[in-house]
Write a new protein. Sequence first.
Length: 405
Amino acid sequence: MFNSRPSYGRRPARPAGGPANRGFRPSGSNFRRPNRFMPKSLDPRFFVCAATPMTEAEAVISHAFADFNLHPQVHTNLSNRGMITPTQIQDRALEHALAGKDIIGLADTGTGKTATFALPIIQKLLANPNETCLIVAPTRELAVQIRDEIRGLATSLPIYSCVLIGGSDIRRQLDDLRRRPHIYIGTPGRLRDLYNRRALNLSATRTVVLDEVDRMLDMGFVKEITELMSFLPKERQTLLFSATLDPKVEDIARRFLTDPLKISVKNGATSHNVEQNIIRTHGNKMEVLHDLLRKEEFKKVLIFGRTKHGVEKISIALQNSGFPADAIHGDKRQNQRENVLRKFKANQISILIATDVAARGIDVKDISHVINYDEPATFEDYTHRIGRTGRAGKQGTALTFVENI
């Protein structure tokens, strides 16, 4: 019988002389970033950090959406969605994107990147309805999310989009392409496949968006991206968004963007709005998880496991205990994953369990807690996970289960 309470980790002392700021990386061989395929663990001190929300002085916004020269219906759609004041990336990039500039946008997850490229695309297509646009995303979920966001911003306008992703019926996607949509949104492999079948015509594509480029490169899509870019007209606008600007991302930008404007609104290695802590589970992870989920403050929870099998096992265990939970992972069909995510967004379930890959593209603004049931493999994975909470100016909490310290 489990009768001990979960033990929240106290913030460990920083090494002498080490930086106390966010993004701290201890020195020494024991603190090297682990290889993704090696069974090393990150030092638990990475998982402990107090939330430090930005002050108004740190997040100065110079525009309102009303200041931008957008179609009247777009302004109406923005207003209907409660979008009055732009986010930082929107505030700094929209004017240049609307003017047709190539842009490298560096921003953490959940900062409003989709509207930053969607609004200029809508404006351009309204002015030139014979053009098309290509949006390349690393995951199926992100592609669907982008499609939904564009639909909301283009409500009552003659702009049509289609999603072209693996794991879904290609025959339906071929039918969608025959209807000549304006915007193609897809994952690299399926987009290349459809182009090679001569079903995807990019000759009229004058705008291309590469979203979460660092993730696409991490997932091994460099060849697909290179091929797709070679299919496009040379005269085009290219918008590249990434959470990081490492040499691989810089190489893509150098090869495919023309005189780009780099706009960075990076706020640090992890979200300022996320309270981060560890929980010592003493070998009783599921019992500890049950105790946490019964607390009133755990309103909407995203739980991360490292494997597809493990995620499904957590989901079944929680369902059998009466918790409103479900899971998304690579072994589920795309329509199943979309249905689970839809239920989570609509509060039909309050607990979602996911693998790292399946969770990329989840953009739910009211997630109260992220729980790392299994520790992340890399610091980048950790940053991505906790970025699912603390969005839209709200404070979130990230808890990481650790067995031994």
